[in-house]
Design a protein around this ligand. Structure first.
Ligand code: NAG
Ligand code: NAG
Length: 189
């Protein structure tokens, strides 16, 4: 497994040399999807609520009501999205070792110096803009479960992040001694 993953990492590094740092917009999308999915998964999965039309038909029945999972209901999703952008004060630019790119990642241990404040303020602004324009689509997306929500929404559906930004870390460590192009078999290039 180690070699193909290392090759993938190299491929991504070379094929996307253009921007060494994740865009603010991608950082905002990453943060919002990461924080919301963390909250959703932490919520009680057995809790249900009634949604739909509460209008009673002439025969005395409520036909439009259905039960949905609370953790993916409008009520809960809008509630967690309400203060999600304040989470930017816990994020910082971190080198993603698998891609060599600077990405926004949860890191509350960085001293809040001038540079950190600026990075977090920029991410906060990008987050506010992102929510303003996308909140309905985010809520619609989060109503369903996805295997890789960040990749699915931020890269595939919205094109806000590049493939490099959303590639999961290789399961195994990247070798200390980086491979060179000469290590990759001819037919892989
Ligand atoms: C995603 O959010 C959780 C909860 O705040 C945090 O613990 C985790 O480190 C975040 N992941 C990244 C890659 O930032
Ligand atoms: C590295 O990249 C992937 C995709 O963005 C992500 O899953 C992983 O959490 C990133 N690592 C950090 C430290 O952000």
């Amino acid at each position: 497994m180690l070699v193909p993953l290392a090759i993938l990492a190299i491929f991504l590094r070379f094929s996307h040399g253009a921007s060494p740092q994740q865009s603010f917009e991608c950082g905002a999308c990453f943060m919002v999807l990461n924080e919301t999915t963390t909250r959703i998964l932490a919520a009680d999965p057995t809790k249900k609520i009634d949604v739909g039309s509460f209008r009673v038909s002439p025969d005395g029945q409520q036909k439009g009501i259905k039960q949905v999972s609370y953790s993916r209901s409008d009520e809960f999703l809008f509630e967690i999205l309400d203060d999600i952008c304040t989470k930017s004060s816990n994020y910082y630019l971190t080198m993603n070792k698998s891609t060599g790119k600077l990405v926004y990642s949860f890191n509350s241990n960085v001293p809040n110096d001038k540079k950190t404040k600026k990075i977090r303020a920029d991410l906060r602004n990008a987050c506010d803009d992102f929510l303003d324009s996308q909140i309905d689509e985010i809520v619609k997306f989060l109503k369903n479960e996805h295997d890789e929500p960040i990749k699915q929404f931020c890269q595939i559906e919205k094109g806000i992040c590049s493939a490099v930004d959303v590639t999961p870390f290789p399961i195994e460590e990247i070798p200390e001694e980086p491979l060179t192009l000469a290590d990759i078999p001819e037919d892989e290039l």
